[in-house]
Design a protein around this ligand. Structure first.
Ligand code: UAG
Ligand code: ATP
Length: 506
């Protein structure tokens, strides 16, 4: 129980009232909770007042200037600047969990989930229980279990501000002592991480995505930059191989000189090194089927580094970002040892087959850049033909469909176009949009059923060939016409490969 007057002190005067909890969503209200009713993108919390009251809400908190018409006998609290303050209010309610444990906020178009789990697994090895909030869910990370199974899903990469604070507090109670949170551009725009005090911000990269929400790349970038330019933060770890990263460092140097700037790069002499207080760069690297090996030059010394399980240059980049965050707090030898033991994140470059079977890789790539990176990184690993099975989501950024198609066509020998989450769109329209990006649309195979598409690629691929199944990664559903039915690329690939292996021995 908390006193509402204390929770809101300094913001507005309210009659004293004890609340058991806070919720932004009527479906999460329990008896004795205060219902925070905000204007959303499609509706208003007040539209769900009846449900909140029925569920036992004891007060309603709304914006001071809200003029919505509604009726309620519950105590009303009109809070100025409500949307900006929900996170801070929740932080007060949960006794400021991000002040009690160091928090790393990760933003960037690609690599957030990978880096957050890499950090958590490293913290575990370094003797401090790690936790995450992100696309795979929230919770303490047990390095002996599959992250996708142990975390609590929220439906968002960054959940709403009350859930963020509740999750941080829950983790702290569970024994988590270092946490990483994926911060999407939507989250920055909607104040979902307000109330968080970040020790470190990690920026991975900026490429096209989410232009259905942000009106331009400029706005998309600005939303991400807010994590560094507006939030409480001590250190910024920034990818120097990304043009936006360099711009961010320039802005940080001018606008927030008190923040330590750490740059990282997969190259020896990257641009922007002069903007950094500290750095982690690669002098030399070898990337092959056996993972990555690199000579690192850092402000903490020079080190030989190897990881035999993570493929591709972008994973080396992710590792450098993670190493940069960890070197701020832990001894270099221990950090490098922990990073060398890291394994792939569920649904990100997960390998199957190989040897007498084709190599099949399941990956979550669902942006033009991620698809291009994944395919171009994997293709040199095989001597044979490469196949790419992919689709595009419905009711989302339509412009990325032809771009994903072009990336797939340029980086594989044979495309198999199939369905992804078509949502409420006609899949035929999505396939047509995909084909507009192809130089040779007639050569691409179209197999609307995902299982058939993977089976088709497997039926022709031989040992030495590569099949990349892109787009779903760890997800366990297909969203079609508002109905989510069970689907797992990981399971399908495993079963189909087993069947193929069986056939080969008949
Ligand atoms: C467009 C958008 O971003 N919507 C997000 C936003 O919802 P909203 O505030 O606009 O909600 P709304 O539907 O207008 O409803 C208004 C209010 O009524 C409340 N409500 C609604 C229904 C109900 O039964 N009872 C109830 O009380 C809602 O809790 C809300 O407070 O705030 C919610 C809480 O934070 C989010 O869950 C929700 O994400 C929706 C589900 C979504 O799909 N968002 C995507 C675009 C998104 O945020 N993606 C990013 C990045 C993903 C990536 O990395 O690729 C993410 O961080 O997940
Ligand atoms: N640094 C990177 N640069 C480009 N692609 C990457 C990078 N890291 C991972 N990827 C690829 O991008 C896709 C998404 O990876 P990941 O889930 O780690 O990123 P994310 O930022 O969390 O994305 P999302 O929020 O959409 O889940 C995967 O295909 C992954 O293999």
């Amino acid at each position: 129980m908390k006193s509402l007057a204390e929770l809101l002190s300094g913001w507005c005067e309210v009659p004293d009232l004890q609340v058991k909890g806070l919720a932004l969503d009527s479906r999460q209200i329990q008896p004795g909770y205060a219902f925070i009713a905000v204007q959303g993108n499609t509706g208003h919390g007040l539209d769900f007042l009846a449900q909140a009251e029925k569920a036992g809400a004891c007060a309603i908190i709304l914006d001071q200037h809200d003029d919505s018409a509604f009726q309620s006998d519950l105590p009303l609290v009109r809070l100025p600047k409500l949307k900006n303050r929900v996170g801070k209010l929740a932080s007060r309610f949960y006794e400021h969990p991000s002040v009690q444990m160091p928090l790393v906020g990760i933003t960037g178009t690609n690599g957030k989930t990978s880096c957050s789990l890499f950090l958590a697994h490293c913290w575990n090895q370094l003797g401090s229980q790690g936790g995450v909030i992100g696309t795979l869910g929230t919770g303490a990370v047990d390095s002996d279990q599959d992250a996708a199974e142990q975390l609590q899903e929220t439906g968002n990469t960054t959940p709403d501000p009350v859930t963020v604070q509740a999750a941080l507090a829950g983790m702290y109670q569970q024994g988590v002592r270092h946490a990483a949170i994926e911060v999407s551009s939507h989250a920055m725009d909607q104040h979902r991480v307000e109330g968080c005090r970040f020790e470190t911000g990690l920026f991975t990269n900026l490429t096209q995505d989410h232009l259905d929400y942000h009106s331009s790349m400029e706005q998309y970038g600005e939303a991400k930059a807010k994590l560094f330019l507006e939030m409480p933060l001590q250190h910024a770890v920034v990818n120097l191989d990304d043009a936006f990263g360099i711009r961010l460092l320039q802005q940080l140097k001018q606008q927030r000189p008190e923040i330590t700037r750490i740059g990282y790069s997969v190259y020896p002499q990257p641009q922007g090194l002069d903007l950094c207080d500290r750095f982690v760069v690669t002098e030399q690297s070898v990337l092959d089927q056996n993972g990555c090996q690199a000579k690192l030059n850092t402000s903490w010394g020079q080190f030989d580094f190897a990881n035999q399980q993570l493929l591709a240059s972008f994973n080396l980049s992710n590792l450098l970002g993670v190493i940069g965050c960890l070197l701020l707090d832990f001894a270099p030898e221990k950090v490098l040892q922990a990073a060398s033991n890291l394994k792939p994140v569920p649904g990100r470059l997960n390998r199957f087959g190989g040897s007498e079977l084709p190599l099949v890789v399941v990956d979550y790539a669902h942006t033009p850049d991620a698809l291009q990176q994944v395919l171009s990184a994997l293709r040199p690993l095989v001597s044979g033909k490469s196949y790419c099975v992919f689709g595009c989501g419905g009711d989302r950024d339509r412009n990325k469909r032809p771009q994903m198609a072009a990336a797939a066509e340029q980086n594989s020998d044979q495309l198999v176009i199939t369905q992804d989450n078509s949502r409420f769109e006609d899949p035929a329209q999505i396939f047509a949009d995909i084909k507009t990006g192809l130089q040779q649309p007639d050569l691409a195979w179209l197999e609307p059923e995902r299982n058939q598409a993977i089976a088709k690629a497997l039926s022709v691929a031989k040992a030495g060939d590569l099949i990349v199944v892109a787009g779903k990664g760890h997800e366990d559903y297909l969203d079609i016409q508002g109905k989510k039915s069970f689907w797992s690329d990981l399971q399908a690939v495993s079963e189909l490969l087993q069947a193929k292996a069986g056939e080969q021995y008949v």
